[in-house]
Ligand binder design. Sequence first.
Ligand code: FAD
Length: 112
Amino acid sequence: SKPATDQLIRAELGHSTWTFLHTLAAKYPANPTAEQKAEMKSFVEMFGRLYPCEECGQHFREMLGKEPPKVESGVEFQKWLCGLHNKVNLRLGKAEFDCERLNERWDCGCKV
Ligand code: FAD
């Protein structure tokens, strides 16, 4: 496909994926069980191997190597993900997101 199309797919895929990931993080328990921690750790690792944009996945895996997922609590995981997303923002020349304001943007949808 044409490079312009690739960029559009990458942006749409990326936006939808960040929505999924931040919502997943918002819903991750404040006090996860050992099983939930192990599951989230493997999810993040598998996500990095399977993400369907090769270059993005490669960067993601490099970032994971430097900063492994923090799965001890909901707040830690949410902050970790926010920091990672900010690294991608930086690389793409996008504005940094204020991680103190995560709750205003991302809702766990816990009532549904
Ligand atoms: P997005 O970055 O998609 O963000 C969506 C919304 O999340 C924003 O509108 C904002 O409200 C909120 N947000 C922004 N920053 C944060 C944050 N730090 N924490 C919480 N919420 C935030 N694209 C490339 O071209 N090259 C790449 O190498 C690349 N790597 C990627 C790696 C991964 C793992 C993912 C998921 C995506 C990657 N992308 C990459 C896509 C890129 O990050 C964007 O998704 C895409 O450019 C669309 O950007 P956007 O402006 O819609 O906002």
